[in-house]
Ligand binder design. Structure first.
Ligand code: NAD
Length: 311
């Protein structure tokens, strides 16, 4: 199949692109390299450098490559930046996504798999683990912009028959993760600990998040290529890990002894969120397979390998 991966030079998109190339698909990547890297794009993939905010550029990519499916990962994904500049956030995440959807309809693509967020659309959950029927109550501009696109997908399925699957991701972690994004705490702690610097924990460190290793996220994307239509699916482990848990696990794996620096809580942070993925299990046959400890081990190993390669 011809598949376009937007944001395919970034953390998650590049692993998805690798997986699709390995499955024998013809893959193209569209990315403006704002937080992604050209070196992350698989060699076998075509690369289109440009911005999803540019409607003509996006349409040109569709006209040339004529993708049958799209894994849409390009986004501004920094929660704090979304609050500082909600207009920029909406331009990338809403208007940019709309350009992708409209070109998909115009050029006859069959299906879009959309990277949404289970960490930001529900706000502070009333029940845990959160199911897809939980009320939507984003507490940041990023959560609003990511959720808005889910409505456009439903609209264009209705108007034009464009198939879609929305994957509401948890905190994804693993090799190539950008420490500045939605869920960069592991990457930040690993980088500092390997430099012998002491990481800072905000608040009591008991904030809970759902962490899923990148290979399991790739698996969900592969399954969503053929299964489900009009589905909105939480992708998560159903279990929350605290920042204190992460600190202890990484200290053990790396052999880092000092305790963390502790400072006051950051206002506006969600206290606990983890996702019920029962529906993804029944629609896609998806379940996470990599344990938290094992995923952290593999991530630390990747950081060590990177350091050796560039030393
Ligand atoms: P990332 O920043 O590594 O990847 C995003 C990619 O999109 C980058 O390569 C960037 O250069 C590109 N991009 C950004 N704005 C663009 C634009 N206007 N035009 C073209 N390209 C653009 O982030 P990631 O962690 O890989 O996130 C990928 C997707 O998954 C995002 O849509 C994000 O909202 C979603 N998501 C991520 C997480 C997570 O835990 N990392 C959680 C929930 C949802």
């Amino acid at each position: 199949m011809r598949i376009l991966v937007t944001g395919g030079a970034g953390f998650i998109g590049s692993h998805v692109a690798d997986g699709l190339v390995a499955d024998g698909h013809a893959v193209a990547v569209l990315d403006n390299l704002s937080t992604g890297f050209r070196g992350n794009v698989p060699q076998a993939a075509r690369f289109f450098e440009g911005d999803i905010r540019d409607r003509e550029f996006v349409d040109g990519v569709f006209a040339q490559f004529r993708p049958e499916a799209i894994h849409h990962h390009a986004a501004q994904m920094d929660v704090r930046k979304s609050l500082d500049d909600p207009v920029f956030d909406a331009q990338c995440n809403v208007i940019g996504s709309l350009h992708v959807i409209l070109s998909a309809v115009k050029h006859g693509a069959r299906r879009i798999i959309y990277a949404s967020t289970g960490g930001a659309v529900y706000g502070e959950p009333e029940t845990l683990p959160v199911t897809e029927s939980h009320r939507i109550h984003p507490e940041c501009a990023y959560g609003i912009s990511k959720h808005t696109v889910e409505h456009y997908l439903a609209l264009y399925r209705m108007l034009a028959g464009l198939e879609f699957v929305v994957l509401r991701y948890p905190n994804v972690y693993g090799p190539r993760q950008n420490p500045h994004g939605e869920a960069g705490v592991n990457a930040i702690f690993i980088g500092l600990m390997l430099d012998g610097k002491i990481p800072t924990i905000f608040g009591d460190g008991e904030q809970l998040r759902d962490y899923v290793f990148i290979s399991d996220i790739v698996a969900a994307n592969r399954l969503a290529l053929d299964k489900g239509n009009g589905e909105i699916l939480n992708i998560g482990s159903g279990v929350g890990h605290s920042v204190n848990d992460i600190y202890s696990a990484l200290s053990r794996i790396i052999g880092f002894e000092p305790p963390p620096l502790r400072v006051g809580a950051r206002p506006g942070e969600i206290d606990r969120v983890y996702l019920d993925a029962t529906r993804a299990a029944s629609v896609l046959g998806w379940k996470p397979t990599v344990s938290f400890e094992e995923g952290l081990r593999r991530t630390v190993q990747w950081h060590l390998d990177q350091r050796r390669a560039t030393a």
